[in-house]
Design a protein around this ligand. Structure first.
Ligand SMILES: [Zn+2]
Length: 310
Protein backbone atom coordinates (compact mmCIF):
# COMPACT_ATOMS: atom_id res chain seq x y z
CA UNK A 1 0.00 0.00 0.00
CA UNK A 2 2.77 2.43 1.00
CA UNK A 3 4.65 1.56 -2.16
CA UNK A 4 1.50 2.20 -4.17
CA UNK A 5 1.10 5.63 -2.55
CA UNK A 6 4.71 6.51 -3.24
CA UNK A 7 4.30 5.55 -6.87
CA UNK A 8 1.09 7.59 -7.07
CA UNK A 9 2.73 10.63 -5.49
CA UNK A 10 5.72 10.42 -7.77
CA UNK A 11 3.70 10.24 -10.98
CA UNK A 12 2.67 13.89 -11.24
CA UNK A 13 6.23 14.88 -10.30
CA UNK A 14 7.65 12.79 -13.09
CA UNK A 15 5.18 14.34 -15.52
CA UNK A 16 6.18 17.79 -14.31
CA UNK A 17 9.84 17.09 -15.00
CA UNK A 18 9.16 17.17 -18.71
CA UNK A 19 7.13 20.23 -19.59
CA UNK A 20 4.69 20.04 -22.47
CA UNK A 21 6.34 21.81 -25.35
CA UNK A 22 5.60 22.19 -29.03
CA UNK A 23 7.52 23.11 -32.14
CA UNK A 24 6.77 23.71 -35.81
CA UNK A 25 9.38 22.55 -38.34
CA UNK A 26 9.96 24.96 -41.23
CA UNK A 27 12.41 24.17 -44.02
CA UNK A 28 13.98 26.87 -46.17
CA UNK A 29 15.65 27.00 -49.58
CA UNK A 30 13.73 24.14 -51.24
CA UNK A 31 14.47 22.09 -53.20
CA UNK A 32 17.77 22.23 -51.27
CA UNK A 33 19.89 24.63 -49.25
CA UNK A 34 23.53 25.34 -50.09
CA UNK A 35 25.08 24.59 -53.47
CA UNK A 36 22.86 22.90 -56.07
CA UNK A 37 22.72 19.12 -55.64
CA UNK A 38 22.94 16.70 -58.58
CA UNK A 39 19.43 15.47 -59.38
CA UNK A 40 19.96 11.88 -58.21
CA UNK A 41 21.28 13.01 -54.81
CA UNK A 42 18.58 15.65 -54.53
CA UNK A 43 15.87 13.08 -55.27
CA UNK A 44 17.22 10.66 -52.66
CA UNK A 45 17.58 13.43 -50.08
CA UNK A 46 14.07 14.79 -50.66
CA UNK A 47 12.52 11.34 -50.46
CA UNK A 48 14.36 10.54 -47.23
CA UNK A 49 13.44 13.87 -45.61
CA UNK A 50 9.79 13.93 -46.71
CA UNK A 51 9.19 10.26 -45.87
CA UNK A 52 10.93 10.70 -42.52
CA UNK A 53 8.71 13.64 -41.62
CA UNK A 54 5.59 11.83 -42.76
CA UNK A 55 6.39 8.65 -40.85
CA UNK A 56 7.13 10.60 -37.68
CA UNK A 57 3.87 12.56 -38.18
CA UNK A 58 5.68 15.88 -38.14
CA UNK A 59 3.73 18.62 -39.92
CA UNK A 60 6.23 20.69 -41.88
CA UNK A 61 6.29 23.50 -44.39
CA UNK A 62 8.83 24.11 -47.15
CA UNK A 63 9.90 27.55 -48.38
CA UNK A 64 10.91 27.50 -52.02
CA UNK A 65 13.42 29.37 -54.22
CA UNK A 66 12.11 28.67 -57.71
CA UNK A 67 15.42 29.74 -59.29
CA UNK A 68 16.72 26.37 -58.10
CA UNK A 69 14.30 24.63 -60.48
CA UNK A 70 16.05 26.16 -63.48
CA UNK A 71 18.57 23.47 -64.25
CA UNK A 72 18.71 22.59 -67.94
CA UNK A 73 16.81 19.40 -68.67
CA UNK A 74 15.83 18.90 -65.02
CA UNK A 75 13.00 21.35 -64.50
CA UNK A 76 10.11 18.82 -64.55
CA UNK A 77 11.96 16.47 -62.20
CA UNK A 78 12.78 19.29 -59.81
CA UNK A 79 9.15 20.45 -59.81
CA UNK A 80 8.15 16.85 -59.10
CA UNK A 81 10.28 17.00 -55.94
CA UNK A 82 8.20 19.93 -54.72
CA UNK A 83 5.12 17.85 -55.50
CA UNK A 84 6.50 15.23 -53.11
CA UNK A 85 6.25 17.72 -50.24
CA UNK A 86 2.65 18.53 -51.18
CA UNK A 87 1.71 14.89 -51.68
CA UNK A 88 2.91 14.18 -48.14
CA UNK A 89 0.59 16.94 -46.88
CA UNK A 90 3.20 19.67 -46.40
CA UNK A 91 2.34 23.13 -47.77
CA UNK A 92 4.85 25.28 -49.62
CA UNK A 93 5.70 28.90 -49.02
CA UNK A 94 7.41 31.62 -51.04
CA UNK A 95 11.04 32.35 -50.13
CA UNK A 96 11.52 34.62 -53.21
CA UNK A 97 12.73 33.43 -56.59
CA UNK A 98 16.48 33.88 -56.19
CA UNK A 99 17.12 34.55 -52.48
CA UNK A 100 18.03 38.27 -52.65
CA UNK A 101 18.91 40.28 -49.57
CA UNK A 102 16.49 43.16 -48.91
CA UNK A 103 19.39 45.11 -47.38
CA UNK A 104 21.34 44.93 -50.64
CA UNK A 105 18.93 45.21 -53.56
CA UNK A 106 16.45 47.94 -54.59
CA UNK A 107 12.95 47.50 -53.18
CA UNK A 108 11.36 47.19 -56.62
CA UNK A 109 13.58 44.34 -57.76
CA UNK A 110 13.06 42.59 -54.42
CA UNK A 111 9.31 42.81 -54.91
CA UNK A 112 9.62 41.50 -58.47
CA UNK A 113 11.64 38.59 -57.12
CA UNK A 114 8.84 37.77 -54.68
CA UNK A 115 6.27 37.69 -57.50
CA UNK A 116 8.59 35.67 -59.72
CA UNK A 117 8.92 33.20 -56.85
CA UNK A 118 5.26 32.20 -56.91
CA UNK A 119 4.78 31.05 -60.51
CA UNK A 120 5.27 27.33 -59.98
CA UNK A 121 4.35 26.95 -56.33
CA UNK A 122 1.18 29.04 -56.69
CA UNK A 123 -0.08 26.56 -59.29
CA UNK A 124 1.05 23.51 -57.32
CA UNK A 125 -0.68 24.71 -54.17
CA UNK A 126 -3.87 25.32 -56.14
CA UNK A 127 -3.74 21.80 -57.57
CA UNK A 128 -3.68 20.58 -53.97
CA UNK A 129 -6.67 22.73 -53.03
CA UNK A 130 -4.54 25.20 -51.09
CA UNK A 131 -3.73 28.89 -51.42
CA UNK A 132 -0.16 30.13 -51.32
CA UNK A 133 -0.03 32.37 -48.28
CA UNK A 134 3.27 32.05 -46.41
CA UNK A 135 6.31 34.17 -47.10
CA UNK A 136 9.71 34.00 -45.48
CA UNK A 137 12.36 36.65 -46.11
CA UNK A 138 15.73 35.32 -47.30
CA UNK A 139 18.24 35.51 -44.40
CA UNK A 140 15.11 36.54 -42.41
CA UNK A 141 16.22 40.08 -43.20
CA UNK A 142 13.12 42.22 -42.92
CA UNK A 143 14.67 45.61 -43.75
CA UNK A 144 17.33 47.82 -42.20
CA UNK A 145 15.34 51.04 -42.35
CA UNK A 146 11.92 51.79 -40.97
CA UNK A 147 10.80 52.75 -44.47
CA UNK A 148 12.02 49.56 -46.17
CA UNK A 149 10.38 47.44 -43.52
CA UNK A 150 7.03 49.16 -43.81
CA UNK A 151 7.02 49.30 -47.60
CA UNK A 152 7.75 45.60 -47.77
CA UNK A 153 5.22 44.70 -45.10
CA UNK A 154 2.53 46.65 -46.96
CA UNK A 155 3.45 44.96 -50.23
CA UNK A 156 3.27 41.47 -48.71
CA UNK A 157 -0.06 42.26 -47.11
CA UNK A 158 -1.54 43.51 -50.40
CA UNK A 159 -0.37 40.32 -52.12
CA UNK A 160 -2.10 38.22 -49.48
CA UNK A 161 1.03 36.93 -47.73
CA UNK A 162 1.57 36.12 -44.08
CA UNK A 163 5.14 36.51 -42.81
CA UNK A 164 6.54 33.29 -41.38
CA UNK A 165 8.61 34.11 -38.30
CA UNK A 166 10.99 31.77 -36.50
CA UNK A 167 12.11 31.51 -32.91
CA UNK A 168 14.87 28.88 -33.01
CA UNK A 169 17.63 28.38 -35.54
CA UNK A 170 20.68 26.19 -35.24
CA UNK A 171 23.20 27.42 -37.85
CA UNK A 172 22.35 24.16 -39.62
CA UNK A 173 23.74 25.49 -42.93
CA UNK A 174 27.24 25.45 -41.39
CA UNK A 175 27.01 21.87 -40.17
CA UNK A 176 25.33 20.86 -43.44
CA UNK A 177 28.14 22.16 -45.62
CA UNK A 178 30.95 20.38 -43.76
CA UNK A 179 28.75 17.28 -43.47
CA UNK A 180 28.22 17.17 -47.22
CA UNK A 181 31.96 17.53 -47.82
CA UNK A 182 32.68 14.73 -45.36
CA UNK A 183 30.18 12.49 -47.17
CA UNK A 184 31.75 13.36 -50.51
CA UNK A 185 35.13 12.28 -49.16
CA UNK A 186 33.42 9.12 -47.87
CA UNK A 187 34.67 10.01 -44.39
CA UNK A 188 31.95 8.34 -42.35
CA UNK A 189 33.63 8.96 -39.00
CA UNK A 190 33.74 12.70 -39.68
CA UNK A 191 30.15 12.72 -40.96
CA UNK A 192 28.95 10.93 -37.83
CA UNK A 193 30.84 13.33 -35.60
CA UNK A 194 29.32 16.34 -37.39
CA UNK A 195 25.83 14.88 -37.18
CA UNK A 196 26.17 14.30 -33.44
CA UNK A 197 27.58 17.79 -32.88
CA UNK A 198 24.64 19.20 -34.85
CA UNK A 199 22.03 17.51 -32.69
CA UNK A 200 23.90 18.45 -29.49
CA UNK A 201 24.13 22.07 -30.60
CA UNK A 202 20.43 22.03 -31.56
CA UNK A 203 19.64 20.97 -28.01
CA UNK A 204 21.75 23.82 -26.61
CA UNK A 205 19.90 26.27 -28.82
CA UNK A 206 16.47 24.93 -27.86
CA UNK A 207 17.44 25.10 -24.18
CA UNK A 208 18.59 28.68 -24.66
CA UNK A 209 15.46 29.82 -26.51
CA UNK A 210 13.17 28.02 -24.06
CA UNK A 211 14.74 30.12 -21.32
CA UNK A 212 14.56 33.33 -23.38
CA UNK A 213 10.85 32.70 -23.97
CA UNK A 214 10.35 32.08 -20.26
CA UNK A 215 12.30 35.26 -19.36
CA UNK A 216 10.65 37.52 -21.93
CA UNK A 217 7.11 36.16 -22.18
CA UNK A 218 6.72 34.36 -18.86
CA UNK A 219 6.02 31.04 -20.57
CA UNK A 220 7.37 28.83 -23.33
CA UNK A 221 5.65 29.64 -26.57
CA UNK A 222 5.19 27.10 -29.36
CA UNK A 223 8.62 27.34 -30.99
CA UNK A 224 9.17 27.69 -34.74
CA UNK A 225 12.35 26.01 -35.94
CA UNK A 226 14.05 27.34 -39.07
CA UNK A 227 16.25 24.78 -40.80
CA UNK A 228 17.07 23.95 -44.40
CA UNK A 229 16.27 21.14 -46.79
CA UNK A 230 19.62 19.35 -46.94
CA UNK A 231 21.27 15.95 -46.54
CA UNK A 232 22.20 16.59 -42.93
CA UNK A 233 18.59 17.27 -41.96
CA UNK A 234 17.41 14.22 -43.89
CA UNK A 235 19.96 11.99 -42.12
CA UNK A 236 19.74 13.59 -38.66
CA UNK A 237 15.92 13.77 -38.49
CA UNK A 238 15.49 10.71 -36.24
CA UNK A 239 18.17 11.91 -33.78
CA UNK A 240 16.83 15.46 -33.82
CA UNK A 241 13.24 14.39 -33.16
CA UNK A 242 14.35 11.91 -30.46
CA UNK A 243 16.15 14.76 -28.68
CA UNK A 244 13.08 17.00 -28.94
CA UNK A 245 10.68 14.27 -27.83
CA UNK A 246 12.86 13.67 -24.78
CA UNK A 247 12.54 17.38 -23.97
CA UNK A 248 8.74 17.06 -24.05
CA UNK A 249 8.12 18.43 -27.55
CA UNK A 250 5.21 17.58 -29.76
CA UNK A 251 5.22 18.57 -33.39
CA UNK A 252 2.68 21.03 -34.73
CA UNK A 253 2.11 22.98 -37.92
CA UNK A 254 3.27 26.55 -38.45
CA UNK A 255 -0.40 27.52 -38.72
CA UNK A 256 -1.13 26.04 -35.30
CA UNK A 257 2.00 27.46 -33.62
CA UNK A 258 1.03 30.92 -34.76
CA UNK A 259 -2.32 30.73 -33.01
CA UNK A 260 -0.39 31.44 -29.81
CA UNK A 261 -0.90 35.04 -28.70
CA UNK A 262 2.87 35.67 -28.65
CA UNK A 263 2.80 35.83 -32.44
CA UNK A 264 0.38 38.75 -32.34
CA UNK A 265 3.13 40.87 -30.80
CA UNK A 266 4.73 43.57 -32.88
CA UNK A 267 8.06 42.84 -34.50
CA UNK A 268 9.79 46.19 -34.21
CA UNK A 269 13.24 45.10 -35.34
CA UNK A 270 15.00 47.34 -37.86
CA UNK A 271 18.56 46.35 -38.65
CA UNK A 272 21.04 44.37 -40.73
CA UNK A 273 20.54 40.98 -39.07
CA UNK A 274 17.72 38.47 -39.13
CA UNK A 275 17.22 37.56 -35.47
CA UNK A 276 14.71 35.25 -33.78
CA UNK A 277 11.31 36.79 -33.17
CA UNK A 278 11.95 36.26 -29.46
CA UNK A 279 14.70 38.90 -29.78
CA UNK A 280 12.49 41.14 -31.91
CA UNK A 281 9.69 41.23 -29.34
CA UNK A 282 12.19 41.94 -26.57
CA UNK A 283 13.51 44.91 -28.55
CA UNK A 284 9.95 46.19 -29.10
CA UNK A 285 9.30 45.91 -25.35
CA UNK A 286 12.53 47.78 -24.50
CA UNK A 287 13.97 44.68 -22.87
CA UNK A 288 17.70 43.96 -23.05
CA UNK A 289 18.83 42.70 -26.45
CA UNK A 290 20.44 39.31 -25.86
CA UNK A 291 21.26 38.50 -29.47
CA UNK A 292 24.97 38.38 -28.70
CA UNK A 293 24.45 35.90 -25.84
CA UNK A 294 23.28 33.09 -28.13
CA UNK A 295 25.59 30.07 -27.85
CA UNK A 296 27.96 29.62 -30.80
CA UNK A 297 28.42 26.34 -32.65
CA UNK A 298 31.55 24.41 -31.55
CA UNK A 299 34.69 26.27 -32.66
CA UNK A 300 35.94 23.30 -34.73
CA UNK A 301 32.71 23.44 -36.74
CA UNK A 302 33.12 27.16 -37.36
CA UNK A 303 36.76 26.64 -38.37
CA UNK A 304 35.97 23.82 -40.79
CA UNK A 305 33.14 25.86 -42.27
CA UNK A 306 35.45 28.85 -42.80
CA UNK A 307 38.18 26.72 -44.35
CA UNK A 308 35.75 25.03 -46.71
CA UNK A 309 34.01 28.21 -47.86
CA UNK A 310 37.20 30.21 -48.55
ZN1 LIG B 1 16.92 30.99 -47.23
Amino acid sequence: MILFLIVLLCLPLAAQDTPKRSVAFTYDDLPNGGAQMPLDQLTAMTTKLVDGLKQAKIPAIGFVNESKLEVEGERPQRIALLQQWLNAGFPLGNHTYSHPDINKVPMLSYQEDILKGEHVIGGLMKEHGQTLSWFRHPFTHTGNTEQARETLEGFLQRKGYRIAPFTVETSDYMFALIYRNALEKRDKAAADKIQKAYVDYSERMFTWFERLSQDNLGYELPQILLIHANQLNADALPALTAMLTRRGYSFISLEKAMKDEAYRRRDAYVGDNGPSWLHRWAIAANKPNRLRDEPDPPSWVIELYREQTK
